[in-house]
Design a protein around this ligand. Structure first.
Ligand code: CTP
Length: 403
């Protein structure tokens, strides 16, 4: 499975280091060439001898032994992937801040290959704002973070912080290599997904039934094809954080926050796909206190939200591809074409509620219209397959061929 692949495994100090013994064995069996590097603390948990025997290579632990210097630059360039597992809180903090006091950190800082990390720690440490900040820093560096799981922890407590199992890590590495060689490698894709919630008061909002599944499927597909993906995600409780490894997720609630996040990201984006069901109106003033029931009716003064797709269409360069969605119940084609033109998108993906599309469903039926006047129709398919069709279509038919 991994023939010809060179994988550097950095082991830091955590009880979960015992899982690396099994992981190294699985990787070697799958024909990967594995070089293990251990931090001084890691040696307290598992011996270099065990890992050297399984990896069939001397385990590196020190910057220098006797007169020999471990060439950390060459190591960082040798590898196709640097996997740091388990990633302890301490090593995480050092990576996020550029510290360099052991061989693993100097290899990390000089590595030119992609980096994947699998954190392991107690729940309280995992939940600490300092850890969250450090993890976000690693994500912003473009590293793939395999979120830890809920389960029994070394402390005897039950909670979030358990390192990903070796078999799952293998799957993630496989997915990573599958995506790496493909057509979106080196590209940055921005995707919006889910509904937005516009506050009426502290307990009520205006929202819609969007599940976020289409945007989620697009994010996974783009990630699989090697893109660096940023997903701006509205409140969609069905989308699980742990399924978004390797994707930078910006959680937002209201349309204004989604707008701000997209504007910040857009300048460095190659492809933007606006799959969110953004509220078109919000209450003019959200009440700070719960609105009490009164005699008679209640009137809410609504004002328009900003149209994110249109605002990106107004500033987009010729090198950027912009894709919108149109959810329609009637006059589908003319409404979709009007949106394509008015919002200056390159493609618009039409979902028709009267033709098989449904909120929350796992399937969808779409038609894609291009700025160049083409029309691409598809049968009802799973959202994963639809995501593939959308990406294939926009890559094969973008008029400028810039992507
Ligand atoms: N969209 C957006 N910002 C908004 C509203 C919509 O970015 N404030 C985007 C959606 O993500 C989608 C496209 O615009 O890609 C069309 O959304 P849709 O709800 O179908 O159309 P609207 O422009 O809102 O028009 P209408 O509700 O009248 O159909």
């Amino acid at each position: 499975m991994f023939a010809g692949k060179k994988i550097l495994i950095g082991v830091s100090g955590s009880i979960a280091a015992y899982k690396i013994v099994h992981l190294v064995r699985l990787l070697v069996k799958a024909k990967a060439e594995v070089q293990v590097i251990m931090t001084p603390a890691a040696k307290e948990f598992v011996t270099p001898l065990t890992l050297a025997t399984l990896s069939k290579k001397e385990v590196l632990t020190d910057l220098a032994t006797g007169n020999t210097w471990a060439n950390h630059v060459a190591l960082g360039r040798w590898a196709d992937l640097l996997l740091i597992a388990p990633l302890s809180c301490n090593t995480l903090a050092k990576m996020a801040n550029g510290h360099c006091d052991n061989l693993l950190l100097s290899v990390y800082l000089s590595a030119t290959c992609p980096v994947m990390v699998s954190p392991a720690m107690d729940e309280d440490m995992w939940q600490h704002p300092a850890t969250k900040k450090n993890i976000n820093t690693l994500k912003a560096f473009g590293h793939i973070v395999l979120a830890p799981h809920h389960g029994e922890l070394a402390s005897g407590l039950i909670g979030e912080g358990r390192m990903e199992e070796p078999e799952q890590i293998i799957r993630q590495i496989e997915a990573f290599f599958a995506g790496q060689s493909s057509d979106l490698s080196g590209k940055k894709v921005l995707i919006t997904a889910g509904p937005t919630h516009e506050a009426i008061d502290p307990v009520r909002f205006i929202g819609n039934h969007s599940s976020g599944k289409m945007g989620y499927a697009l994010a996974i597909e783009c990630r699989r094809r090697g893109a660096a993906v940023t997903l701006v995600l509205g409140p969609a409780p069905g989308i699980r954080k742990q399924d978004l490894a390797g994707i930078t997720v910006i959680n937002v609630v209201a349309a204004e926050e989604m707008y701000q996040a997209c504007r910040e990201q857009f300048a460095t984006t190659d492809i933007a796909i606006m799959a969110a069901a953004v509220a078109d109106y919000r209450p003019d003033q959200a009440s700070n206190t719960k609105i009490k029931k009164q005699e008679g009716g209640l009137e809410l003064q609504l004002v328009k939200t900003k149209d994110i797709l249109a605002s990106l269409g107004a500033i987009k360069s010729e090198k950027q591809l912009l894709v919108g969605f149109a959810l329609e119940t009637n006059n589908e084609e003319s409404n979709a074409l009007e949106k394509l033109q008015k919002k200056n998108a390159d493609f618009i993906v039409l979902n028709s509620l009267s033709d098989g599309a449904a909120f929350g469903a796992d399937t969808n039926k779409i038609t894609i219209y291009s700025k160049a006047g083409e029309k691409f129709s598809f049968d009802t398919k799973s959202k994963d397959e639809i995501a593939r069709d959308i990406i294939d279509t926009i890559l094969q038919n973008n008029a400028n061929q810039t992507i």
